[in-house]
Ligand binder design. Structure first.
Ligand code: TYD
Length: 230
């Protein structure tokens, strides 16, 4: 892009949160593409993961290995991964003027391990303080959906993809866990009204992408207009 077309907006850190099967990853990708189409440099990332060290922690955790260690240790592991992710990718990207869009972040530890898993608030606060090192998101979009509907979506997607074994993934976990998780994400939104926006994910992908964009317009007054084709 020619220098006179470069868009100078303040770099922003945006996170997406919510339960399983709510369509976070799709919306993260769509938002990153939409910002890029406006000439904004964007880094798209996810948690757990985002850097080689954090991805190593991700595979350790998602293989179920720390289950026997207990939920407190799990919270510490997520925070250790986050510390590296913030230091090695998120903070440097923001410092370089890029926007960062992250699929899950610290609110997931608070919702899953803290409020739903029972890990003490004080430990969650301390881990958050350590891992974020001042890098609180500018905006957190919480995608909200009834877990019964999310369950059906995950099942259907797995069947459509020819992966019937994955269709049962949700059934292994207690649906009441997912209901509590949903309530806890909503409680996080209530506790952080300036940062969090709750959007109903029980809609089609395009409508939700428009709602996400409207949330950005509400929060940030300096969003550039779409670039016109040359
Ligand atoms: P993933 O396959 O990325 O699921 P999703 O598409 O729902 O994000 O797996 C991430 C899992 O890790 C998901 O079940 C949420 C959980 N998680 C925590 O329990 N605590 C955390 O701090 C984070 C970041 C994720």
């Amino acid at each position: 892009m020619a220098a006179d077309q470069e868009r100078s907006t303040k770099p922003r850190f945006i996170t997406f949160e919510g339960g399983e099967g709510v369509g976070k990853s799709t919306q993260v990708r769509r938002l990153a593409d939409r910002l890029a189409a406006r000439g904004i440099a964007v880094v798209r990332t996810r948690e757990p993961g985002g850097t080689p060290k954090a991805e190593a922690v991700r595979s350790f955790i998602l293989q179920g290995k720390p289950e026997s260690w207990g939920v407190g240790a799990e919270a510490v592991l997520f925070a250790a991964a986050r510390l590296d992710h913030v230091n090695e990718l998120i903070a440097p990207s923001l410092a370089a003027g890029k926007w960062v869009i992250c699929d899950r972040f610290a609110d997931s530890t608070r919702a899953y391990q803290g409020l739903t898993g029972g890990v003490d608030d004080k430990l969650i606060d301390a881990l958050e303080h350590l891992a974020l090192n001042g890098h609180t998101p500018d905006l957190t979009i919480i995608l909200d959906m009834d877990p019964d509907i999310a369950f059906e979506r995950v099942r259907q997607r797995a069947l459509d993809d020819g992966m019937p074994a994955l269709a049962d993934r949700f059934e292994k976990e207690d649906l009441s866990f997912h209901r509590r998780l949903r309530d806890n994400f909503l409680a996080i939104a209530v506790a952080n009204p300036g940062r969090c926006v709750v959007l109903s994910a029980d809609t089609d992908e395009d409508t939700l992408a428009e709602a996400v964009w409207a949330a950005l317009e509400d929060h940030f007054s300096d969003l550039p207009a779409e670039r016109l084709a040359e």
